[in-house]
Design a protein around this ligand. Structure first.
Ligand SMILES: C[S@@+](CC[C@H](N)C(=O)[O-])C[C@H]1O[C@@H](n2cnc3c(N)ncnc32)[C@H](O)[C@@H]1O
Length: 302
């Protein structure tokens, strides 16, 4: 064995890719300190009201979800937030159990569902998943909500156990939005996101579940009253002198004359991963997205 080989950490036999350890490091080292009491709730308390305005177009993966669920099905949604997925789901299935840890987001969810006239068949459970006491459901949906699960292996087990027919997880494939790419180039080493889809797929494969992975474009935007305010808003978390990097953001900044909630707009599109698994025993073959979605489909390991 060479000297270099001997420096490589031994591979755990129970977790050949050491995914759980690496994930745990990422979650606990996260700059936003999701795991600290109050950290994430504090963030959502500030952002619950404006969260929906960040998104442009249909939520990523919604076509896929809608192609799977049926009118008599039940869905457990982890981290519904303001209800971008909950509203269309509530109209398509018999019941949605929406487990939301943030009381600010739960309040906004309740309001949004009521005003969209689809509150009746949604049970909002204000708890931290997976400790919430929930029975089996036909489907589990988790849209951008597994980022602070300290034990991803247990998290995947719980999803598999809860979902009788299958599940859909939507998250980042590790790509950075432009403002975070600029921050990284300017020396903010903490900004690199993990390729979450790799962690999910790796741990699922370890359990004999081989999901379908699709990539869909996700477009988001932020607005502010001035270009300066927008740049500061985007870069001040990561950089001491955000305005020194303002020009690098120019390709994604524009003024919209008809904007009602701000003069300047920052808009970007990056890929997002839609990971779906349909239990073979439920009799439904894995399907590709058809229709409106332009998703490119990759079947992993089948
Ligand atoms: C990024 S938002 C996504 C909201 C929604 N799924 C969407 O895509 O618009 C994440 C949401 O998940 C919630 N969340 C995070 N971890 C959670 C957990 N362990 N249990 C319940 N909710 C959680 C947060 O409070 C937040 O509302």
């Amino acid at each position: 064995m060479s000297e270099r080989d001997s420096e490589v950490a031994p591979v755990s036999t129970s977790d050949p890719l050491a995914l759980t350890e690496r994930w745990e490091d990422i979650v606990t080292d996260d700059r936003n300190r999701w795991t600290e009491t109050g950290g994430d709730e504090g963030f959502w308390a500030t952002h619950a009201d404006e969260y929906d305005r960040r998104f442009v177009g249909k939520p990523v993966g919604l076509s896929r979800i809608c192609s799977l669920v049926g009118p008599s099905d039940t869905v457990l949604e982890i981290g519904p937030g303001t209800g971008r997925y909950t509203r269309p789901l509530a109209r398509r299935v018999s019941k949605v159990t929406a487990i939301e840890a943030s009381s600010s987001m739960a309040t906004t969810l309740d309001r949004n569902l009521t005003s969209a006239n689809c509150r009746e068949n949604v049970e909002i459970v204000e708890e931290e998943w997976p400790t919430a006491d929930t029975d089996g459901h036909d489907w589990v949906v988790a849209g951008w909500s597994l980022y602070r699960q300290p034990d991803l292996r247990a998290c995947m087990d719980q999803i598999i156990e809860t979902a009788n027919q299958g599940f859909v997880i939507i998250d980042s494939p590790g790509s950075l939005p432009p403002h975070r790419r600029i921050a990284v180039r300017a020396g903010d080493a903490l900004a690199s996101p993990p390729p979450r889809q790799a962690f999910y797929c790796g741990l699922l494969a370890d359990r004999g579940r081989y999901p379908s992975v699709e990539t869909e474009p996700k477009t988001r935007e932020r607005r502010a009253d001035s270009r300066t305010a927008l740049v500061e808003n985007l870069l001040s978390d990561a950089l001491n002198d955000p305005l020194a990097h303002a020009e690098a953001l120019d390709p994604w900044l524009h003024q919209e004359p008809d904007a009602t909630d701000g003069t300047w707009c920052y808009r970007y599109t990056v890929p997002a991963a839609v990971i779906s698994y349909v239990d073979d025993a439920s009799g439904q073959p894995p399907m590709n997205v058809t229709g409106e979605s332009q998703a490119a489909t990759v079947e992993v390991g089948r």
